[in-house]
Design a binder for this molecule. Sequence first.
Ligand code: G1P
Length: 332
Amino acid sequence: MKIVIPAAGAGKRLYPHTYTKPKPMVFVAGKPIIGHILDKAIDLKPEEVVIVVGYMKERLIDYVNENYRRKFRRISYVTQEQQLGLGHSIYVAREAVGDSPAMIALGDMIFKGGYKEFAELHRCNGQCSGSIGVKEIDNPRHYGIVFTDYQGRVKKLVEKPKRSSSRLGIAGVYFIEDSPGLFRALEQVIESHTNGEIQLTDALQKAVENGADYHTFEVNSWYDCGRPESLLEVNRLLLSEQKPSRKRIDHSIVIEPVSIGKNVTIENSIVGPNVSISDGSTIRSSIVEDSIVGLHSEIRHMMLRSSLVGDGVVLSGKSNTLNIGDSSTIEF
Ligand code: G1P
C-alpha cells in the first residue's frame, strides 16, 4: 500500500502563520504538523509515501528528507503547480500511485492514535473498492458528507452541502483499493469541471456512479489543524500522548505536559501546562500556559495564555512599578 499526503495548499485559514511557511510546516507539540502525520504512518510500513507539494514546497521537502528519509522505504514528491483543489492534488499523484492501493491522509488532520487502527477497520469492511473515514458532525456545510445504505455501503457523497439529512462527515482519511477507478473518476470530474475547486468528494461520487463499492469506518477523534482555534486543541492532545519531558530548569517551574526544543532558555518563569516551545527560543520572567511558541522567539515579562507565537518573534511586556497605599484596590 502507498500513502498519499496532499500538502500543497496555502492554508489561508492559518494566516498569518502560513504567510511564511506551508500549513504542514506549522509547529504543534514540538514538531511540524507533517512530522506528526508521518510519525503516525510509520507503523503501516507503506511501500511508498507520496507527498503532493506546492505552496513553499522547499521547506517541507527539506524537513521531510532530513527527518524521515530513513524511516520509510521510499518518499517521493509530486508538485501541484496550481492549487485547483483537493481532487486535483490527488490526480497529480496518479503516476506515483499507479495501480497500488492507497491510503489518502489529508495533510492537516490529526487523529488520536495511529493509522494502523483505521487500516484494520478498513480490512474488516471486507472486499470493496475502498473505505472512507467518517465522523458524526453538527455542521455539514464545513465537510464532505456521506450517505450510506442500511448495510453501510456508500450511496452518495456531497461536498459541504448547505443542508443535509446525513450527519456523516468525511474525516480526511480514505483507503482506496481500486486506485485506477478513482483516478478515472477524477479525470471525468476534471473534464466536466467549470468552476470552483476540483473536489475529491465529487470524484468519489462519480466513482460510486461508475459502480464503486465504498464503505465507511468510524473515526472517533479528529483534530483539524487547519483552523487556529483547533490548533491549540491538537497541541494539548499530542502533548498528552508524548512521554513527559521531565525538564528541570533552574529558577523556573515547568508544568507537564510540555514540549521544549533544543537550545531553549527558560529563566524565572512558569511554563505549562500544554506548552510547546520550539528550538532556540527564550522565555524570561514570564508565565506561559496552553500556547505554542515557534523557533528562535523571545518572550520577556509576559503572561501568555492560549496563544500562537510564530518564529523569530520578540514579545516584551512591561513590568509595573507601583507605590500603593493601604486598603487600595487596583485591577489591571
Ligand atoms: C476537505 C474535504 C472534505 C473533508 C474535509 C475534512 O475539506 O474536501 O470533504 O470533510 O477536508 O477536513 P477542506 O477542509 O480542505 O475544506
